[in-house]
Design a protein around this ligand. Structure first.
Ligand code: SF4
Length: 290
């Protein structure tokens, strides 16, 4: 496995395939009861935060101590670059660039990942966007690109100031339609779509809202429409988040499948993450991190 990945990754370097960094961008929650925690950690509230909150130790290292990691994940970096190119394409009306990716010098790869494959998937995602999605979007009025929603919500005596960035929004005959681009599967998009729908409802007070996660690598999509019941879901979602934040003060490791994308797994004795490698794009050196 080591030699196979090593060769493949070197090949990717030699081919001039430059690689990636991610977006998870987005939402900020300020809750009066836990404001100090959130401000200290510069916290973003989003479904992606649930990965961090799944383990108090990771939360503490990442959001409170802001510990440096050896390098960003290659998959996340490429996903971020794809999102940036799509946003630029939508703003300018041109096709998304298919130029080689300008990647940072060092990248983390899971042991089963191959950088060439990841780059190819990112390029394929951009081609899918150019060939299929752009013509679809042309039928509708573009409402916004990378739109930052900010709103506040009073819940359980506390006020939540929330914000989130929506990849793209179009105006359709059935109302506002939110689009969220994925470079992998649309599985597990449910909470994110619901989150966007409620945030958009709180912003515009418009019930004719829909949200769709679109996988640019598989062509699959998942769509949800707004319903008043979502407001109850949202309250529970926030309560769960606050409760998880309170638990994070204990800083205890809680290993599980979520270790897979923990940037500190290589130095955690309880990690359940697969092995991962650090790739130096300049020298082609591959180091196993454990
Ligand atoms: S590797 Fe797992 S247990 Fe260790 S800090 Fe990361 S998420 Fe927590």
């Amino acid at each position: 496995m080591q030699s196979k990945n090593h060769n493949a990754n070197l090949k990717a370097v030699a081919c001039g395939l430059l690689f990636l960094g991610i977006r998870f961008r987005y939402k900020r929650l300020l809750l009066s009861g836990v404001t100090s925690i959130l401000e200290t950690g510069g916290m973003n509230l989003s479904p992606s935060l649930s990965y961090v909150l799944a383990c108090p130790k990771r939360y503490h290292l990442e959001k409170v101590q802001k510990q440096k990691t050896p390098a960003p994940f290659a998959s996340a970096t490429l996903g971020n670059l794809v999102h940036k190119r799509i946003a630029y394409s939508l703003r300018t009306g041109n096709k998304a660039s298919l130029d080689p990716f300008d990647l940072p010098r060092r990248l983390l790869l899971q042991e089963y990942e191959d950088l060439s494959d990841l780059c190819q998937r990112a390029e394929d995602s951009l081609s899918y966007f150019n060939d299929k999605v752009l013509s679809y979007l042309a039928q509708f009025k573009l409402h916004s690109v990378e739109y930052r929603l900010t709103t506040s919500l009073k819940l359980d005596q506390d006020t939540y100031n929330l914000s989130g960035v929506i990849d793209c929004m179009i105006q359709t005959p059935k109302g506002l339609h939110i689009l969220d681009w994925k470079t992998s599967s649309v599985k597990s998009s449910d909470a994110q779509l619901k989150f966007y729908l409620v945030l958009a409802y709180l912003e515009w007070r418009e019930r004719e809202l829909s949200a769709e996660a679109v996988s640019l690598s598989t062509g699959e999509s998942q769509m949800l429409t707004f319903s008043p019941e979502l407001k109850d879901w949202f309250k529970d979602y926030l309560r769960d988040m606050v409760s998880a934040l309170a638990e994070c003060e204990r800083k205890m490791p809680k290993p599980g499948s979520h270790c897979k994308y923990c940037p500190f797994a290589h130095a955690c004795e309880l990690s359940e993450a697969p092995e991962r490698v650090l790739l130096d794009m300049w020298t082609g050196e591959v180091s196993y991190l454990g």
